[in-house]
Design a protein around this ligand. Structure first.
Ligand code: AMP
Ligand code: GLY
Length: 424
């Protein structure tokens, strides 16, 4: 099969790595790709949201399977454009993508179809918000409705603090994402995990689970980021948690989509809080997670390309690829200014090969004429390692981080969390 990966982050490098190793994948392309994907296959100079150009090139080349990475491509309707051009595509339509691109759409969907989630209320102005918060008790999570690149969710301890955020948004800064609608949500207590399920348009099959670390600093301090590290499988959740998620969440989502006349082909990322009553959905994403993908792909055994192709073709063959029982830990190396800004870092060494069981994935970057890597900064690399236990994987990952941080020579300008996968 000729396979195309759309996107340019470390998530796409990890997808490209797993797809390139799949027996059924003969040639791999990435658009626009990065310094890592350029080593796994060939990069196209076409942006991830340029649906028309992607569809044209995919037809010319005879792509057998397109895999969509980022939510921006889904929200731009790239899956629809590729499918309209007759390309078998793993990635949901723009319409189904509203489960991620609109928090209010997702909330209404969950309420309509009995999917466990926090109680909530929608407000559209400061006056609205003041009324809604007048008799609010407990913590309040304030969520902007649209895609806001991680800046649209603020967890507050009480109504007074929530109102301070809303005064800032409505009064001065503007609601993140540019809209006016805000969801106020009951603050849930518990531990978070992400379950990734593959949809073939009829049902969802759980594929893998992971825990990620969203805050910039050790001990979950500092600002929210896209994710500073992750590990898979999750530790410390009840036995059989996947079956519970299948029953209460995945089967209910499949039934709800069928009732709404929507077909979902692609990965469904369920961001869950495991509360005293079991799983509650914090958010749906309609794509693989970053950095969760980087710790799931090294665990894949079998033919990942065949798995995604079967789902994209409408009849998932779950046995095509399975996950090893090994644990995998991933640590993100980021520029020190992340997430406030991302200063480009040019001329990094291209050689990030590590020993057996360790892989480093490049974030947004490109190989320059001198054969070195120009990174866009921010999340520069995700360094991953396998181990037979979580603690072994963690030791291996940090050994690899030390080696690579030194090799990068960027010295103090690359930072990372030192407590990824430190559980219990
Ligand atoms: P989201 O963008 O919806 O994933 O939210 C970002 C982060 O905010 C989540 O990963 C949680 O840590 C936190 N969060 C969101 N909603 C809630 C909630 N209802 N209760 C507690 N924490 C939440
Ligand atoms: N790691 C969080 C995300 O991909 O949204």
């Amino acid at each position: 099969m000729k396979v195309l990966v759309v996107g340019n982050g470390a998530r796409e490098d990890a997808l490209a790595w797993a797809l390139a190793r799949s027996p059924s994948c003969s040639v791999l392309y990435c658009a626009p790709g990065n310094a890592g994907t350029g080593r796994r296959g060939e990069n196209w100079k076409i942006g991830a949201t340029e649906g028309k150009a992607l569809a044209t090139r995919a037809r010319e080349v005879g792509i057998d399977l397109a895999v969509i990475g980022p939510e921006t491509a889904i929200a731009a309707g790239v899956s629809d454009k590729l499918r309209d051009a007759g390309i078998v595509t793993f990635g949901p339509s723009r319409a189904a993508g509203r489960l991620e691109s609109s928090k209010i759409f997702a909330k209404r969907f969950m309420e309509r179809h009995g999917i466990p989630t926090a109680r909530s209320q929608v407000v559209r102005s400061l006056a609205n918000a003041e009324r809604a918060l007048a008799d609010w008790s407990g913590g309040c999570v304030v969520k902007a409705d649209g895609l806001a690149a991680g800046k649209g969710v603020i967890v507050t301890p009480d109504a007074v603090s929530a109102l301070a955020v809303l005064r800032e948004w409505y009064g001065k800064a503007g609601v993140p994402g540019g809209g006016t609608d805000v969801l106020l949500e009951e603050k849930l207590e518990g531990r978070e995990l992400s379950v990734f399920a593959i949809g073939d348009g009829k049902r969802f099959v759980p594929f893998a689970s992971a825990c990620d670390y969203k805050r910039a600093g050790d001990g979950d301090t500092g600002p929210n980021t896209g994710g500073m590290g992750a590990y898979s499988p999750p530790a410390g959740f009840p036995d059989g948690f996947v079956e519970v998620v299948q029953q209460r969440v995945l089967d209910a989502v499949a039934a709800g989509l069928a009732e709404d006349g929507e077909r979902y082909v692609g990965v469904l990322y369920c961001g869950l809080m495991w509360t005293a009553k079991g799983p509650s959905v914090i958010e749906f994403n309609v794509r693989f997670g970053d950095p969760e993908t980087q710790v799931m792909m090294p665990r894949v055994r079998g033919d990942f390309a065949a798995l995604l192709a079967s789902a994209a073709g409408g009849a998932i063959a779950p046995e095509a690829a399975t996950l090893s029982s090994d644990a995998c830990v991933g640590v993100v190396l980021a520029t020190a200014d992340y997430p406030r800004s991302s200063t480009p870092l040019d001329g990094l060494p291209a050689d990030v090969d590590l020993g057996e069981g360790k892989v480093a994935f490049w974030g947004a970057s490109a190989l320059n004429a001198a054969g070195r890597v120009d990174s866009k900064g921010g999340r520069v690399l995700t360094v991953t390692a396998l181990g037979s236990t979580l603690s072994d994987a963690r030791g291996n990952a940090y050994a690899a981080v030390d080696e690579l941080a030194e090799r990068m020579g960027a010295g103090s300008s690359l930072t990372y969390r030192s407590d990824i996968a430190l559980v219990g």
